[in-house]
Ligand binder design. Sequence first.
Ligand SMILES: C[S@@+](CC[C@H](N)C(=O)[O-])C[C@H]1O[C@@H](n2cnc3c(N)ncnc32)[C@H](O)[C@@H]1O
Length: 210
Amino acid sequence: MDNINPDYRLIFPATSRNRDSIAEVLSNYISRNSLILEIASGSGEHGVFFQKKFPSITWQTSDPELVHRKSINSWIMHEGLYSKMPDPLNLDVDMRPWPITNRLGALIKGIVCINMIHISPWSCTRSLFEESKKYLDQSNFLMLYGPFFRNAKQTSESNLNFDQSLKKQNPLWGLRNLENVNNLAFENGFILDNVIDMPANNLSVFYRLK
Ligand SMILES: C[S@@+](CC[C@H](N)C(=O)[O-])C[C@H]1O[C@@H](n2cnc3c(N)ncnc32)[C@H](O)[C@@H]1O
């Protein structure tokens, strides 16, 4: 899915297609001067885009893959954001506890996870909720973005095919059922704040702690 530039910047083509619509929904949740932790930042293209879009906040990226963290740093340098954006954290959601200092933990006002829960085992979704709740309070948010199955709605052909192709790569991967994700959220003390239909059969799902 990636092309490598000599300076380690990766290009994930979907990011330029979905970043405007994601920024628009995020703008209703992000408050000034806050710090947002992004899980599974991938190439870092979203990170630098959101940092520029919301200049008063701090966008803290993370990813467990070294090649991704190098790309994130390259994008930060390329966009001249090195004095504003911290280095990406080496954070694997399933390696607990997360490597978050008390100082950083106290600053987090929102956690954003784009296109990860279907490309990782279900245990990662579980860890995401179980760890996230340690860093959030009722006024903060946890946002998931990606394709989902929904009980009451027919799944698009493209999402069915995507699910099959993911399962071929790894039988533990695949689109998640929104209702199952919601139940996991509820077990962890979250309430569902909003579900927003996004372009290309994706959803933005916002949770808050009760
Ligand atoms: C499809 S990419 C999405 C990247 C980026 N969020 C985007 O939308 O372009 C999936 C990302 O999930 C990350 N990932 C996979 N397993 C993970 C885990 N256990 N913890 C954190 N990130 C993980 C991968 O390293 C990769 O960056």
